[in-house]
Ligand binder design. Structure first.
Ligand code: ADP
Ligand code: MG
Length: 245
């Protein structure tokens, strides 16, 4: 079992990160100064009411978008001001994504869905090696007998397992999952949660899950709570005092 090392440099460091969307002429501040550290090997639940900025924060952490201001250091690199091309490269090398709606390609086998991120990879292995890796990942998530099935012929839980295998194809340090059990029944949610726990414990992958599910929250090492574009509680003993509403 790998535990987070409290002395290691943080994998993620955010300092006063702000994100403001521009709607025509109107500025909509969504992240209002987020500071946060996440260490290698942590499993974190990101919680908070709908609209509090969780997905916006996940998009920034995943290098899918850039902050309006503030500092973001990922694995020792300052990524806040990087070009979109460099961000895409970092994303491919270091980050895996899992979504609420699975986001699988419909008329495509499980193996080919898992291989999909390699299309954008700069260090693409040979087809034989890539396929072997996809099969190994699908086996690891318990789908060794569904390799050539298309998503439409699988249950929601099986589809999310394919998506988790896909998120691992580039051997990421960080897995970001935005409400990964939001479309699953409670029994299937538990199974998917067990899979995340196993990936974190056995392989040391740092995992950040957005969730409303208290069971998922309870399984995490740490719960970060957002409120109205700010971290209300970072789960590490830093509770921000907010004005009563
Ligand atoms: P959560 O994931 O916690 O529900 P979001 O980060 O999705 O919250 O959204 C926070 C706020 O930002 C919401 O008011 C939402 O409407 C707004 N928002 C999110 N993305 C955009 C965007 N691309 N353009 C404008 N407003 C956005
Ligand atoms: Mg969201």
């Amino acid at each position: 079992m790998i535990s987070p090392n409290p002395n290691a440099a943080p994998l993620i460091e955010l300092a006063d990160v702000r994100k403001t969307y521009l709607l025509g002429e109107v500025e909509l501040p969504v992240l209002k100064g987020v500071s946060l550290e996440i260490r290698d090997g942590e499993m974190i639940a990101l919680m908070g009411a709908s609209g509090s900025g969780k997905s916006t924060l996940m998009n920034l952490l995943g290098c899918l978008d850039r902050p309006t201001s503030g500092r973001y250091v990922l694995d020792g690199e300052d990524v806040a001001g990087m070009s979109r091309d460099r961000l895409a490269r970092i994303r491919g090398q270091k980050i895996g994504f899992v979504f609420q709606n699975f986001n699988l390609l419909a008329r495509t086998t499980a193996v080919d869905n898992v291989l999909m991120p390699l299309e954008y990879s700069t260090s693409r292995p040979s087809d034989t090696v890539a396929r072997a890796r996809a099969v190994e990942l699908l086996t690891r998530v318990g789908l060794e007998d569904r390799l050539d099935h298309e998503p439409g012929k699988m249950s929601g839980g099986q589809q999310q397992r394919v998506a988790i295998a896909r998120s691992l194809i580039n051997q990421p340090r960080l897995l970001l999952a935005d409400e990964p059990t939001g479309n699953l029944d409670s029994k299937t949610s538990k199974e998917i949660l067990e899979l995340f726990k196993r990936l974190n414990a056995e392989e040391g992958i740092t995992i950040l899950l957005v969730t409303h599910d208290p069971n998922v929250g309870a399984a995490a090492h740490r719960r970060i709570v957002m409120r109205d574009g700010l971290i209300a509680d970072d789960g590490a003993g830093h509770v921000h005092v907010l004005d009563e509403e």
